[in-house]
Design a protein around this ligand. Structure first.
Ligand SMILES: [Zn+2]
Ligand SMILES: [Zn+2]
Length: 63
């Protein structure tokens, strides 16, 4: 069984709200660990802990 594999889901970038910025590679969306949840440090505003995406565990930061 492969229960350790993490699932990711796309969410709207909390920094640019979908417009595209450097934190989401200009895509407007970011992949975060599912189930998606707002960053507990900034509550979605964006901080160093969430890579300024506003979401907890964005893909890439912990890979
Ligand atoms: Zn963005
Ligand atoms: Zn944050």
């Amino acid at each position: 069984m492969k229960n350790e594999k993490k699932d990711y889901e796309p969410v709207t970038c909390g920094h640019c709200e979908g417009l595209g910025c450097t934190y989401c590679n200009k895509t407007g969306t970011v992949l975060v660990a599912a189930p998606k949840r707002h960053c507990s440090h900034c509550e979605g505003v964006g901080c160093i802990y969430c890579g300024f995406t506003g979401w907890a565990e964005p893909k890439g930061k912990y890979d």
